[in-house]
Design a binder for this molecule. Structure first.
Ligand code: ATP
Ligand code: MG
Length: 356
């Protein structure tokens, strides 16, 4: 049975980087015989310009029916004045909701070749290999919200955080499973000294962990975790946390990897999962052919690993990327003296050449 990959390039550099990743997937498909087919759909500002909506039904339906979705990026100042419900960013929110993408996975590795791009000292970041697992469709971002005038004449606003046991169980299970294939340790991050949701989170995580005696679970407060990521990132294997804490910690952790152009992500759904680089549509460099395609190429590797159970093919892409970087190839975002400067096409060619 062919595996249907829905590709949603989106806006800005989205097309350039998803084209690069599709080229890599095609070569991998030839080598491993996975039998991939690709279909392309619009979303974001591009879809708004054509159809008047950022996420056309056609796109969402195709994504729902796909074996996996490869997403580029959406947004750009061109659509700054569009009304809020029709903004390009609505496309990714609609996909999260429509596909039930409950977990966002962000692997962060500090490669030796790129150690100088880290803002932290090499002896601190060397060997960093963390997987952040963030709950994506619950918590404070999706709880009741209110802004209203109080009796004493001031305006007050609130956002309610709530989590249920099944929501926490599902995400912690996923973190445990991931840890089994990694270094076997999970850090569950919360703020249980002040928050009721965090106390439920901690209790539930501990309960789930009883089923995984091979995995070492520890708990950490989010403020301490933020600090530990900067002073001893190598102490972490898998970090699992809620939506708000995960949003903040995953951006903090991304810095450890060097350039945002390099960082992939996977959003795991009940049925279909979605893969995208962590960076945005980079309108400032769109159309110039100089974007770093590696974040998207590495997202394609995650797609193979998590949606198609093709880990050998995923490992192959990841090794090809590492080899390309250690051979000295660099796009403009990572360029430094002594390296070989390439554009998007040149970087993609170099990766393809390393898939033998
Ligand atoms: P969003 O709101 O969509 O997350 P953003 O405003 O946070 O977008 P990005 O689009 O991620 O920003 O871009 C931030 C900066 O990083 C820009 O200067 C952009 O050119 C650069 N950048 C982002 N992605 C890449 C890439 N793949 N290659 C090279 N540079 C990139
Ligand atoms: Mg951003």
């Amino acid at each position: 049975m062919p595996k249907n990959i829905v590709v949603i390039p989106g806006d800005g550099i989205g097309k350039e980087i998803t084209d690069a990743a599709v080229d890599v997937l095609k070569k991998i498909d030839k080598k491993y015989g996975i039998d991939l087919t690709f279909s392309f759909y619009d979303a974001g500002g591009t879809a708004y310009d054509k159809f008047g909506v950022p996420l056309p039904d056609d796109t969402l339906n195709a994504a729902k029916a796909a074996d996996a979705v490869l997403f580029g990026a959406v947004g750009g100042d061109k659509w700054d004045n569009v009304e809020p419900q029709l903004r390009p960013e609505r496309a990714i929110l609609g996909l999260r909701k429509g596909l039930g993408l409950y977990a966002n996975l962000r692997p962060v590795q500090t490669m030796d070749e790129l150690i100088d791009y880290s803002p932290l000292r090499p002896d601190i970041v060397r060997g960093t290999d963390v997987l952040i697992v963030r709950e994506l469709i619950g918590g404070i971002y999706f709880g009741d919200k209110c802004e209203r005038e109080e009796y004493n004449g001031t305006i007050r606003a609130w956002d309610l955080e709530n989590y249920s046991i099944p929501e926490v169980e599902r995400i912690v299970e996923l973190a445990m499973q991931a840890a089994l294939k990694r270094k076997g340790s999970v850090t569950s991050v919360d703020k249980s000294n002040v928050l009721a949701t965090s106390r439920l989170w901690r209790k539930t995580a501990a309960k789930v962990a009883e089923k995984y005696p091979e995995v070492k679970l520890d708990h950490m407060y989010v403020d301490n975790c933020a600090m530990q990521l900067a002073i001893k990132p190598t102490r972490f294997d898998v970090i699992v946390t809620g939506n708000l804490f995960g949003d903040i910690l995953s951006d903090e952790a991304a810095v450890l990897g060097g350039s945002i152009g390099l960082m992939p992500s996977a959003s795991i759904g009940e049925k279909t999962s979605l893969y995208e680089p962590i960076h945005g549509s980079a309108p400032d460099i769109a159309g110039k052919g100089i974007a770093n395609p590696l974040g998207t190429i590495l997202s394609a590797a995650l797609l193979l690993r998590y949606s198609l159970d093709a880990s050998a093919a995923a490992d192959d892409i990841e090794s090809a990327v590492k080899k390309t970087l250690s051979d000295g190839y660099r796009t403009a975002d990572l360029f430094s003296a002594g390296s070989k400067k390439v554009d998007t096409a040149g970087m993609t060619e170099a990766v393809l050449a390393n898939i033998k």
